[in-house]
Design a protein around this ligand. Structure first.
Ligand SMILES: [Zn+2]
Length: 166
């Protein structure tokens, strides 16, 4: 995939009823993405497209992202129960080379102006966006292509986060 225009495009998919949640989400994710792009440019990492999704129906949005990915084999339903806890965010690489990634977020951290919630939101956005950089680097280094680790395994492991509140 060779995206036209900027090499590191960011698009949003707001699947939430509350426009304030959408606004806060964009205001958090956009500057985090700017930092990520600066790091990517510094390391001369080939371009990648990120779609940041915030969804009231988190599970449905994750399943939709998985359905859009180029994984082989039968589709497997994504459920929060399957990993034994609530999930706050999920990275789904749409392409094997991590050139196109959808990141689905639960809107909870963006529902209030509370600074603790905002701190959690920034942490979550930075963590999830960093996964894109790691996935891209892993692909470039050949780890994903040669180790037998499938995109499905990669999507399943390590890129989903429990929503435990501390
Ligand atoms: Zn993670």
């Amino acid at each position: 995939m060779a995206p036209a225009g900027p090499p590191y495009p960011l698009t949003f998919d707001f699947l939430v009823d509350d426009p304030e949640v959408a606004r806060r989400f964009e205001e958090t994710v956009r500057p985090v993405h700017t930092v990520l792009v600066a790091l990517a440019e510094l390391q001369e990492i080939p371009g990648f497209a990120v779609t940041a999704v915030v969804a009231d129906d988190f599970v449905a949005a994750v399943q939709d992202a998985i359905n859009r990915s180029d994984e082989d084999g039968p589709e497997e339903a994504f459920t929060v129960e399957r990993i034994g806890g609530l999930v706050a965010a999920k990275n789904v690489a749409l392409m094997q080379d991590y050139s196109n990634v959808r990141i689905v977020f639960d809107p909870t951290p963006w529902r209030t102006e509370n600074p603790v919630a905002l701190a959690h939101a920034i942490y979550l956005a930075a963590h999830e966006l960093a996964h894109v950089l790691f996935g891209r680097l892993r692909w470039i280094s050949g780890a994903l292509g040669r180790s037998g680790v499938s995109l499905r395994d990669s999507n399943r492991a390590g890129t989903q986060h429990r929503a435990d509140r501390r």
